[in-house]
Design a protein around this ligand. Structure first.
Ligand code: FUL
Length: 446
């Protein structure tokens, strides 16, 4: 029993790195931009055989992208410098399958540069996605490919100023020679740390941000940032000893219903801090298809509540059109989303309210917030002091009726937005289980 309690406390003390904490606190909501020959062929996965001559954005306007991104409240953006088709949007030295051989600016353009400059002008962060899967490169499937990839990574890491997020996925299909590649992830990570130590790295298995496991925008009921190292094995900062139960966690996937719950971590060989990212496109496809419509405002807003408000980050894709601009319908939707987020969270009713806190037992506590009068309440926002670890296992929220909770759930983490529909002058948050002392920032009520 003692071992169990000690281990649970250790789990509650697993902490983020500086760069992870900064990401969660300052840039949890950012944009993805999918732009490549696919924009001109209508494909989602290019073959790698596309003629660079088809790539010709005649009205490219990265400032338009940045303004639209900002209007939604996003603070950074990640561009597909290279997608699976292998076509490079910058002037790389390492392949001719790039913008140099396109008609864009007579082959003298560099869209990564135009985009990075626009981000800086507009005051948002710049990031990129360099697909490891490359259906064009002749090196793919051989050890030379890892050098090729690292050379390109170095160009992007050293030529475009500060990078906040480097995105690479686990997609690994055949290259032009029918061979698959063994990716040298540790080698890629080493380069990113060397040239851009502040950048968070996204991959299915960490190190800094992991894939949430779906592209439909849903976080888990229990979305832990503290997870078994068996899943996020690219994160080498293992912060606990092995769990007290004998057994093995060899089979754990991003797509599992439960990842960081006690059932798993008690069998783990050790825990790391690695929150998840929800990536979703504003439209059904990642690339632009003229016949598709943006998702409804309600769907996007709900996804925001469940991602940023569900202890994950949110990477929302907006695909430019063949002419190089965002579609007006997407621009409009982003603006509506930004306005909705602003209005829904404009007046914090808990400001100046009387707050009483009680500790009620190991890992349990209650906080009562008394408002001066009855108010209609739509959201209650909880935040753990995540810099010290993620601890809350379960909680309930009560309004005026102490017999009936208005919201009950599992994890809190960086931020939990609890959507409620009540009229009350009291809000009581009861932490019913936690991995050690629960540490909540002031509760917000809207
Ligand atoms: C996946 C890719 O296969 C899709 O094309 C898209 O880029 C998505 C964001 O990541 O791994």
């Amino acid at each position: 029993m003692k071992k169990l309690k000690e281990y649970i406390e250790q789990a509650g003390n697993v902490r983020p790195s500086e760069r992870q904490l900064r990401k969660l606190h300052e840039n949890p909501f950012y944009a993805f931009i999918h732009f490549s020959p696919n924009t001109y062929t209508g494909l989602e996965w290019g073959t790698g055989k596309e003629d660079p001559a088809i790539f010709n954005p005649t009205e490219l306007d990265c400032d338009q992208w940045v303004e639209a991104i900002k209007s939604a409240g996003m603070t950074g953006a990640v561009i597909t410098a290279k997608h699976h088709d292998g076509f490079c949007l910058w002037q790389t030295k390492y392949t001719e399958h790039c913008i140099r051989n396109s008609p864009y600016k007579n082959g003298n353009g560099d869209i990564v540069r135009e985009f990075a400059d626009a981000c800086r002008r507009g005051g948002i962060k710049f990031g990129f996605y360099l697909s490891p899967w490359d259906r064009n490169s002749k090196y793919y499937g051989t050890s030379e490919y890892n050098d090729y990839y690292k050379n390109q990574l170095t160009e992007l890491l050293t030529g475009y100023g500060e990078v906040f997020h480097v995105w690479f996925d686990g997609a690994c299909g055949e290259g032009p020679n029918g061979k698959k590649q063994v990716y040298d992830y540790p080698g890629y990570i080493e380069l990113i740390r060397k040239y851009q130590p502040g950048a968070t790295i996204f991959n299915d298995h960490g190190p800094d941000i992991r894939w949430c496991g779906n592209e439909s925008g849903s976080a888990r009921y229990a979305e832990w940032a503290v997870v078994p190292k068996e899943l996020c094995y690219l994160n080498d900062n293992v912060q606990t000893e092995a769990g007290p139960l004998e057994g093995s966690l060899d089979v754990i996937y991003n797509t599992d219903t439960d990842i960081g719950s006690l059932e798993n971590i008690l069998y783990s060989k050790g825990l790391v801090f690695c929150p998840s990212e929800i990536d979703m496109s504003i439209r059904p496809g990642w690339f632009y298809h003229p016949n598709e419509e943006p998702h409804s405002l309600q769907r996007l807003f709900d996804t925001y509540l469940r991602s940023v408000g569900g202890n994950t980050t949110f990477n929302l894709n907006i695909p430019p059109m063949p002419n190089g601009r965002f579609d007006d319908r997407d621009v409009q939707r982003l603006k509506e989303l930004g306005e909705k987020i602003k209005t829904e969270f404009s007046v914090n009713l808990a400001e100046g309210a009387k707050v009483t806190a009680k500790e009620t037992g190991f890992g349990q506590a209650a906080i009562e917030i008394k408002l001066p009068e009855q108010k209609k309440i739509s959201y209650i926002v909880l935040r753990e002091r995540i810099g010290q670890g993620q601890r809350i296992e379960s909680f309930k929220i009560f309004g005026n009726n102490p017999q009936r909770s208005i919201f009950d759930s599992s994890t809190v983490g960086n931020m939990k937005i609890c959507k409620v529909n009540t009229v009350s002058d009291t809000v009581t948050v009861k932490i019913t289980a936690a991995r050690g002392e629960p540490l909540l920032a002031p509760v917000e009520i809207y």
